[in-house]
Design a protein around this ligand. Sequence first.
Ligand code: 5GP
Length: 189
Amino acid sequence: MKALKERILKEGRCLPGGILKVDSFINHQMDPVLMEEMAEELVRRFSDVRVDKVLTVEASGIAPAIMVGYLLRKPVVFAKKAKPSTMSDFYTAKVFSFTKNREYDICLSRNYLSEGDNVLFIDDFLANGNAAVGVIDLVSQAGADLVGLGFLIEKDFQPGGAMLRSEGYRVESLAIIESLEDCQVKFKE
Ligand code: 5GP
């Protein structure tokens, strides 16, 4: 998606270890106009599938997910990164965090994901695919169907995208980064 790629080139910063910082328009300050355009593009790409619910993981997936859910007029639910003391009946899965370099639990109330739900997973980044694998686990515990996974930015030099596609999942990413070597953003054409 041209507008996102241009913005990454203009404002993206890279950190050691293959991390792209997009804090000025996605991860800290957010550009709602770009967010809306990105959500429209994700909705367009998944227009051939039936979606009952949009699922994401807190915190950085919530903004794109709510925009997608708003356009689809479907509920948006986010997996929580810690078990809330007020929640008793939930699905849980373990996720290894790429940016924080540690494992954490994600959990989701059984009230908000049910058997037969057609689920679209939306997140900001796809790197090693660990968050996606955790979400796939939650969806399967619920007996729901994952109809697709949509990301704003995919880092092709990390294995998540290839792994998910080889397992047959439908993955759509709006900007695919081939390399961040020498802090140069190189997109996959
Ligand atoms: P994965 O689970 O695919 O390894 O990593 C995805 C999650 O890690 C995303 O939800 C995102 O929050 C975070 N992440 C992975 N790579 C990056 C990156 O280069 N920049 C930022 N800002 N977040 C990242």
